[in-house]
Design a protein around this ligand. Structure first.
Ligand code: G6Q
Length: 546
């Protein structure tokens, strides 16, 4: 693929960076009163203002040229048409098919996948409604009101994030829990809270071989059987998986299994059967609205030209900082309590997809790929890591997300929340010069010496980039749009970096490594060769556990 120098647009961006790197955004705003208008784009009720970035028309034009040179449009078509773009696993990547709303076929290996998808969606609808209406009950006839999702990674983060995001839509008598970690505490803390007669366990695992999920599921199964007997299992356990034989082996009736397929990546699976807990919590109609919102974003992504394509614009801005400014960090701050798990979800989506260093041509890459992503809900995080965002030596581009209307319009809470998010992006961009700090200190009555002593500490370099994404209200449709927007952004970046965003061999390594050491910890294997650190840690912990 391309060394940097092989792409004309890349070289152009390199030289633009050289000339532009010292430019201050506040000067760009001062020079062009239409800047905000020019760099704002709206799709339905989602508005992206990307004017507080270190960009101008020339840079944007070169970034769009880069997208053209890397054939982003062609690669978008390839994904939507079911081409096997996950090359290392020889798989199509069709999470978009899960939310496809038109009555048109989508083919994988010459077979239309839509009938199967619709059949499973129909089963999710029937089952979630039956649970919500108390028609599918527990073994003793009681309504299932505690819903426990057992899964990890992609089988946890999406459903957990979306279920929390849509909390205002939950059925009043239903409570949702998530068990992901192998740490026994995760299981124990949930099992303390629920009653076997009213608890439904959803075992969510694409492969049905993941040690954390299977161990947690076994523990919960035993807890249930101890309380209600073996016969109760079929009324309290369902499975979401691609692996029927492992589901059967585990002891879950295949009638209680909801299928999905290998063209759905784990971190892209909340739209599939993996979203069962979402459908039970908020009702199938709302689950469907979420799919429709995602589908609207899919259509925008597939049809809008590059210059008016929200995921493409977000992707290119990320590339600009990562590959030209050398900023390999990135932050997402939703100003919405219900979106508090969005940063963890995006962390997996982005870092698992684009944390790669071998190109699709099987060569080591010689440029930076996926950045490290972190975040948290505002305003909370303003009181933790925002210090570094404002005055640290590291520049961190931020995505701010804010709904204009809250589900909980209490007093002036939402107005304060909105003021905070806007003030933060303004402050990050504008900064405060030493002269401004001096003026402020003088006004507050500080002595000359005090002003002198404090002025540098109280100044802010500014010129720190951010995007602001405003939605009307966080409803299921909007959530779908928002998540799909990020999925596609990540894909576009993967295309530009020429990497496969859809495998995860690093995650799989972790799954294998733990299995190597387990027999030693359990005391059934001895003398296995490790480095001296690992050996002594194994011995030390074993000694304490005795
Ligand atoms: C996601 C990854 C990974 C996966 C978990 C759980 O894209 O593949 O996070 O989701 O390792 O795997 P299972 O669903 O197979 O249990």
């Amino acid at each position: 693929m391309f060394g940097r120098s092989k792409l004309k647009s890349w070289n152009k961006l390199d030289s633009l960076y050289g000339r532009f790197k010292k430019t201050q955004m506040k000067d760009l705003f001062a020079a062009d009163e239409k800047r905000a208008e020019k760099y704002t784009i709206q799709f339905e009720n989602l508005l992206l203002d990307y004017s507080k970035n270190r960009i101008d028309d020339k840079i944007m034009a070169a970034l769009f040229d880069l997208a053209r040179e890397r054939d982003v449009s062609g690669r978008i078509k390839a994904m939507f048409s079911g081409e096997k773009i996950n090359k290392t696993e020889n798989r199509a990547v069709l999470h978009v098919a899960l939310r496809h709303q038109e009555n048109t076929p989508i083919y994988v290996d010459g077979r239309d996948v839509m009938p199967k998808i619709r059949e499973v969606l129909g089963r999710i609808k029937d089952f979630s409604e039956a649970v919500r209406l108390g028609k599918f009950t527990g073994y003793t006839g009681k309504k299932l009101t505690n819903i426990v999702n057992i899964g990890i990674g992609g089988s946890d983060l999406g459903p957990c994030m979306a279920t929390e995001a849509l909390r205002p839509y939950w059925a009043k008598d239903i409570k949702c829990y998530f068990i992901s970690n192998i740490d026994g505490t995760a299981c124990a803390e949930v099992l303390h809270k629920v009653d076997p007669e009213t608890t439904l366990f959803i075992v969510a695992s694409k492969t049905f071989t993941t040690i954390e999920t299977l161990t947690n599921a076994r523990t919960c199964r035993k807890w249930l059987v101890d309380a209600l007997g073996e016969h109760a299992v079929s009324k309290h356990f369902i499975a979401l998986s691609t692996n029927k034989s492992e589901v059967e082996k585990f002891g879950i009736n295949p009638d209680n299994m909801f299928e999905f397929w290998d063209f759905v990546g784990g971190r892209y699976s909340m739209w599939s059967a993996i979203g069962m807990i979402i459908a039970i919590a908020v009702g199938y109609e709302n689950f469907e609205r979420m799919l429709q919102g995602a589908n609207a974003m899919d259509k925008h992504f597939a049809t809008a030209d590059l210059e008016h394509n929200i995921p493409v614009i977000l992707a290119l801005l990320g590339i600009w900082y990562n590959n030209f400014y050398g900023i390999h960090r990135y932050c997402v701050i939703p100003y919405d309590q219900y979106l508090k798990y969005l940063p963890s979800y995006l962390q997996q989506l982005d870092m698992e997809s684009n944390g790669k260093s071998v190109s699709l041509d099987n060569k080591p890459v010689n440029y930076a790929t996926g950045p490290a992503l972190f975040g948290g809900a505002g305003t909370d995080v303003q009181h933790s890591f925002f210090q570094l965002l404002h005055q640290g030596t590291e520049i961190v581009p931020v995505d701010f997300i804010i709904p204009a209307i809250s589900h909980n319009e209490i007093g002036n809470h939402q107005q304060i929340l909105i003021s905070n998010v806007l003030a933060q992006s303004e402050a990050l961009m504008h900064g405060k010069t030493v002269a401004e700090a001096v003026l402020e200190l003088e006004k507050s009555g500080k002595s000359k010496e005090e002003v002198e002593a404090l002025k540098k500490y109280k100044s802010f370099s500014g010129n720190r980039p951010s995007n602001t994404i405003v939605v009307k209200k966080l409803d299921p449709y909007t959530l779908g749009m928002l998540v799909a927007m990020y999925e596609h952004k990540v894909y576009v970046q993967g295309v530009i970096w020429n990497i496969n965003s859809f495998d995860q061999f690093g995650v799989e390594l972790g799954k294998k490594l733990a299995l190597n050491i387990l027999p030693e910890i359990e005391g059934t294997a001895f003398g296995v060769e490790h480095d001296s650190s690992t050996t002594s840690l194994i011995n030390y912990i074993k000694k304490i556990r005795k």
